[in-house]
Design a protein around this ligand. Structure first.
Ligand SMILES: Cc1cc2nc3c(=O)[nH]c(=O)nc-3n(C[C@H](O)[C@H](O)[C@H](O)COP(=O)(O)O)c2cc1C
Length: 69
């Protein structure tokens, strides 16, 4: 996703595909022991769409990141 970002593209992973194993399994012709777990949309976001302005809060990096030199 970072590489896509670097290439000017936006992306959104969606694990919700995994709740439709029968429908997607039939569509993708998957064996019974396989499911589609995560998909990812790739494209260009519409900056004018309010949904794309949502920003989740992030803990500051020094709360969770340890850098070993
Ligand atoms: C592997 C993965 C799967 C995800 N699947 C879903 C999903 O099925 N539905 C959903 O609403 N968000 C899903 N998310 C969360 C969104 O893609 C996204 O992370 C969230 O909207 C918050 O955006 P942000 O991470 O830029 O703050 C998933 C995230 C990851 C990393």
């Amino acid at each position: 996703m970072l590489l896509l970002c670097e290439a000017g593209l936006d992306s959104c992973p969606q694990e919700c595909w995994s709740i439709y194993p029968k429908t997607l399994g039939a569509f993708l012709d998957l064996p019974d022991n396989r499911i589609l777990w995560t998909g990812m949309s790739i494209g260009y976001k519409d900056p004018a769409n309010p949904a794309n302005g949502l920003r989740a809060n992030r803990a500051p990096a020094d709360e969770w990141l340890i850098v070993h030199d």
